[in-house]
Design a binder for this molecule. Structure first.
Ligand code: KG4
Ligand code: ZN
Length: 336
């Protein structure tokens, strides 16, 4: 079964054709990063306009690369929540038009469910139930993946998402937006013990995360030394920050795995590309004899393949949308 997956929730216009939820026949991603970089972050209005310009050719190219026509497609899957409302609307409207004109079923996909599904592409042997840490620019969740379409969120961020924290720290250190990958590169040349940074204390749920205190600590350290005319070593700060955030994520994930009894673990989302996060969680999983699944780097960030893959499982579970489908800016994974 071939599913066409469309993703436009933030600043990537993406389309992909995936067969049986695992074989990627094409995966086209048009990134708008160069334009948003000028403003130090995603400008929603610009994002919507670029999606509208790009979605036609991105979809055409995805079909061509997969060597198929709309006729060969069994269903159209689209990200409808959560994300930037104007950006989501472009994908949703386009997918509705496509599904109606080609007389194909329309499958609404939750963006975070899509990130989780990226691991089914890289590791078709992975099967629920398992525990997944989803860390992206907009979300940080510890999720029990009960089945391919059923989730229980056991921890979430109280403030910034992990990727947002990477990007804000990167900006403070003078790196371009989005700075996660620059921190990752710089950290390789730095001393991760150079700065001692705070671990958050979250009251209430022991699985919830918080990154604003860590972000503020880095900003204060950098600004204080600037005021004293002392140059801070960017590589050392990047390494210390990355180690701290990797430790925080890993500690919460391991705590959840112990208390909920999971020995199969996955990580997903843009920040799952981070080498420090991958290494820390891999080392901890090895120590405990857990099975760990990490997506290939090309499926960590936003892409259409993860939406087509999740669309396959949503299709099998009977999820369908009609022409009244709307975009939704915020929607819990548990309310699908
Ligand atoms: O999943 P994603 O593409 O978009 C959202 O759904 O938000 O995640 C984007 C986030 C950005 O914050 C970006 O800086 C971060 O993922 N990111 C990284 C790395 N590559 C991307 N963060 C740390 N290290 C990386 N190598
Ligand atoms: Zn995403």
């Amino acid at each position: 079964m071939k599913i066409l997956g469309i993703e436009s929730s933030c600043d990537e216009t993406a389309c992909s054709v995936v067969e049986d939820g695992k074989t990627v026949l094409s995966n086209v991603v048009a990134s708008q990063i160069d334009e948003h970089r000028l403003y130090g972050g995603v400008v929603p209005e610009i994002a919507s306009r670029r999606h509208a310009e790009n979605i036609g050719w991105v979809t055409r190219e995805a079909l061509e690369k997969a060597e198929c026509t709309l006729e060969d497609i069994d269903a159209v899957a689209v990200t409808y929540a959560p994300g930037l409302i104007g950006a989501l609307l472009v994908g949703v409207s386009f997918a509705k038009g496509l599904a109606m004109s080609a007389k194909k079923p329309l499958v609404p996909v939750h963006h975070i469910a899509g990130h989780i599904a990226a691991n089914y592409i890289s590791h078709p042997e992975l099967k629920p139930p398992y525990l997944c840490l989803v860390v992206s620019g907009g979300h940080s969740h510890i999720v029990e993946v009960l089945d391919y379409t059923k989730y229980h969120v056991i921890g979430r961020t109280r403030d910034d998402a992990a990727g947002e924290c990477f990007d804000k720290v990167a900006r403070t250190l003078g790196y371009e937006y989005p700075g996660g990958k620059f921190i990752d590169a710089a950290a390789k040349n730095g001393d991760d013990k150079a700065f001692v940074l705070p671990h958050p204390k979250v009251q209430g749920s022991e699985y919830d995360l918080s990154f604003s205190g860590l972000k503020t600590a880095v900003i204060n350290l950098v600004h204080n030394s600037q005021q004293k005319g002392i140059e801070i070593n960017r590589e050392d700060m990047a390494a210390s920050f990355q180690k701290t955030i990797a430790d925080i994520l890993c500690q919460k994930l391991m705590l959840a795995s112990e208390n909920y009894g999971y020995t199969t673990i996955a990580v997903a989302g843009g920040v799952s590309a981070n080498s420090g996060v991958r290494e820390k969680i891999a080392a901890e999983c090895e120590k405990r004899n857990y099975k760990l699944y990490l997506p290939e780097l090309k499926y960590c960030g936003d892409n259409g393949a993860m939406i087509a893959c999740q669309g396959y499982y949503d299709y099998l579970a009977g999820r369908r949308a009609d022409m009244s489908l709307n975009a939704v800016a915020t929607l819990s994974l548990e309310n699908l």
